[in-house]
Design a binder for this molecule. Structure first.
Ligand code: SAJ
Length: 421
């Protein structure tokens, strides 16, 4: 059949790359976003955030006329919904962005379209999205009941790694879960347009849960590494050496401890499983708690290191949630700097972050936090605090190792091959 027009709702970290890659394959794509500045930027061929290779794809797609952005959906053969699904309150999923997308989409549907939810979602969300649309459009159906035209609903979770999105969009395998088998089939045909990986068909709830399980798997494994860093500290041994040695076992593959788990995925998605099965998901909940408590442990390490210095200067390296990106969302590094500045007002925190030009809003309000170059931080810091192992910091390892140092990433240790990313 071949789909030639697609609407992508939500032009963020997933929607915009997906829109651009579809356009590169000759599909006419309308990208929809509620933010006028995002719509204007995309229509000028610009990208509102940093992701390797994305800028080239977007400017090419816009100048070829295959990609345009708009504030509201227009008729198309298929839609991909890629809006945020954060949690609110006591880790309850917030589906309001999906509901808003469904309500925006409902009036433009004619029947026969494919509607794919890509947003990471709690089990059952694709069905709820369909129900929201059908509530507004009772003349349509998911299966042709009573002769009403069908809209095909499916879930296809994104699994790309920030920093490698344009590569992984093409090479990763995809799971496609339909509300009906026909919906899964049609959705898999759309992904074949640009995806070279295997496309695996299932039902919508299994697809939704698979995505959550993948990120929980990583969270649980990082929690194990983070817990080991506390155990090793208690035992007075080097956790990096410990893990390097244990990983020589043919069936052991321990991840790396860090200052905590950041980003908008791994620190969020496991809660959706906990919310859906609170009595059963005990390990998953504990892993979240272990990882969420790591920044506080690091803070105490820094406070120990500055003990006895009246007005200490702490040089903090890195704010991003992981190496070599400018993404600061849910970053444990920011939490640590903020809590240090707040709990110890006599301390000065000099932040080195080559990937940003200004401090984020949550740090700007502190008089005792400044963004500086590495040279200044190295020279005047009483304590050096390594929070992110950006490649740009590798050259500092030797100098850092000679100073009073809290190295949360083991960059200065004789560390194993990093398995991050
Ligand atoms: N981290 C560690 N130690 C490690 C590995 C990671 O402390 O050994 C930390 C990182 O520093 C970071 C956090 O974990 O703060 C998450 O980083 P990440 O590289 O593990 O993952 P994300 O959040 O960038 O992307 C994940 C990926 N999921 C999996 O690897 C299972 C990606 O494939 C998903 O598409 C993405 O979540 C998403 O959008 O859900």
């Amino acid at each position: 059949m071949g789909i030639s027009t697609v609407g992508v709702i939500g032009l963020g970290y997933i929607g915009l790359p997906t829109a651009a890659i579809l356009a590169a394959q000759g599909v006419a794509v309308t990208g929809v976003d509620v933010s006028p500045s995002t719509v204007d930027a995309v229509n000028r061929g610009q990208v509102p955030f940093v992701e390797p290779d994305l800028a080239g794809y977007v400017s090419e797609a816009v100048s070829s006329g295959k990609l345009r952005a708009a504030l509201a959906p227009v008729p198309a053969e298929a839609y991909i919904v890629a809006v945020p699904t954060p949690f609110i309150g006591d880790h309850k999923p917030d589906l309001s962005y999906i509901k808003a997308a469904a309500e925006a989409l409902a009036p433009v549907l004619r029947g026969g379209e494919l509607v794919i939810l890509e947003s990471t979602s709690p089990p059952g969300t694709t069905r709820r999205m369909a129900d929201w649309i059908l509530a507004a459009r009772p003349d349509l159906s998911v299966d042709g009941a009573d002769g009403r035209p069908v809209v095909y609903f499916a879930h296809c979770p994104e699994r790309v790694l920030p920093g490698r999105i344009m590569v992984e969009l093409v090479t990763n395998d995809r799971i496609v879960g339909g509300i009906t088998p026909e919906a899964a089939l049609r959705a898999s045909e759309l992904y074949q347009v640009f995806c070279q990986g295997e496309i695996l068909q299932t039902d919508a709830v299994t697809a939704e849960t698979a995505k959550l399980v993948e990120n929980s798997f990583r969270d649980v494994n990082i929690a194990f590494a983070n817990e080991l860093s506390l155990v090793a500290d208690r035992l007075g041994i080097d956790v990096w050496e410990l893990i390097r040695l244990a990983n020589h076992h043919p069936r052991v593959n321990i991840l790396q401890p860090g200052p905590g788990v950041g980003g908008h995925c791994i620190a969020v998605d496991p809660w959706f499983i906990v919310d859906a099965a609170p009595d059963e998901a005990r390990l998953i909940r504990t892993a979240r708690e272990v990882n969420d408590s790591k920044p506080r442990w690091v803070l105490h390490k820094v406070l120990d290191a500055v003990a006895g210095i009246e007005s200490p200067v702490v040089a903090a390296y890195g704010l991003a949630f992981k190496p070599n990106i400018d993404d600061l969302r849910e970053s444990p590094a920011i939490e640590i700097v903020r809590d240090l500045a707040a709990t110890f007002p006599q301390a000065t925190v000099l932040v080195v972050e080559p990937h940003v030009d200004t401090l984020p809003a949550e740090l700007e309000t502190f008089d005792n936090v400044r963004l500086v170059e590495a040279e200044e931080a190295l020279e005047v810091g009483d304590v050096q605090l390594l929070l992110v192992d950006h490649t740009a910091f590798r050259g500092l390892s030797e100098q850092l190792a000679t100073k009073r140092l809290v190295d949360t990433r083991g960059m200065t240790a004789n560390r194993p091959q990093a398995r991050v990313g």
